[in-house]
Structure formats: C-alpha cells, structure tokens
Design a protein. Structure first.
Length: 155
C-alpha cells in the first residue's frame, strides 16, 4: 500500500512507492553497516550454542570482580557514582560487578537507591544484564551487573 507524504506546506500529498522506500532503506543500511546483535539460532553453528551455555554458566557462578557501596548517598551522588563506576569497570575490562544499595528498610520514602540503580543501569549503554544478587551476596540489597564489552565495527 502506498504511503502519502506532503509535497510542501499545503495539504496536497504525493504517492510514495513502496519500492522507493525499500531502496532508500537498503541504501541507508549499506552506509551505516548495522550489527545484528540478535543473531538467530539457525545462523549459529551447533558448537556455538554449547559454548554460549558454558559461558553463561561460568558467568552466573562468577563472583563480582568489583563492588560499589551506595549506603548513605543522596540520589544525585548515587547516580554520578554509578555512572563513573560502570565506565571505570568497562575500561578495566571487568565482566561482572556488584552495586550495594541496601534494601531500603531505613528509607523514609520508597526504596530510593534501588530505584535509582535500576534506572541508571537501564539507560547506561555499558551495563548489560543485571539482577538482584543471590541471598549469599546481599539478596535484594545488592545488584550484580554484566559489563558489556565494547562493540567492534571491524569486519
């Protein structure tokens, strides 16, 4: 189905062919060389899946390589510390770190530091997967973070 696009500031429209849109998108993709981060299972070798499972198991068993304690900090101080900590961890080549924020039992409001940690990790491009620590390592009072390796655009 053709889409309509305004010719100018008046209200008349021009028919835009689906083929021209497809060609424009194809040219854009050629220029910008996007990386497929969601490689499908069919594209991978059978051994790749097994390697991936072993790597994930190793990561889950791995202890955090560094930790940041946010107890007693105000919201903006915590945001800055998280940003700096994640950037430094990535620069040092770390894979897994821990952020200790406490359970929020002594907060007068809601659990401020837990919410801030989640917000900052969700918007930080260097932070990958994250979740609360297991009970032996702080439970709901700490969050482990997978640090993303830098993406190489070299082919």
């Amino acid at each position: 189905m053709p889409c309509k696009k305004p010719l100018s500031s008046n209200s008349s429209y021009q028919e835009v062919n689906d083929d021209s849109v497809s060609q424009t998108l194809e040219r854009w993709l050629e220029i910008h060389e996007p990386i497929d981060k969601d490689k499908t299972k069919e594209d991978s070798e059978p051994g790749d899946r097994l390697d991936s499972i072993f790597a994930y198991s190793r990561f889950k068993r791995m202890l955090p390589q560094d930790e940041l304690d946010l107890h007693g900090l105000y919201a903006e101080e915590a945001r800055q510390m998280i940003h700096t900590f994640i950037a430094n961890s990535a620069a040092r080549g770390l894979e897994k770190v821990s952020i200790i924020h406490g359970k929020g039992n002594h907060s007068h409001e809601d659990q401020v530091l837990i919410r801030i940690v989640r917000e900052e990790l969700e918007k930080n491009p260097q932070a990958g997967e994250f979740d609360f620590a297991d009970s032996r390592h702080g439970g709901k009072g700490a969050t482990w973070v997978r640090i993303r390796p830098p993406i190489s655009r070299d082919k």
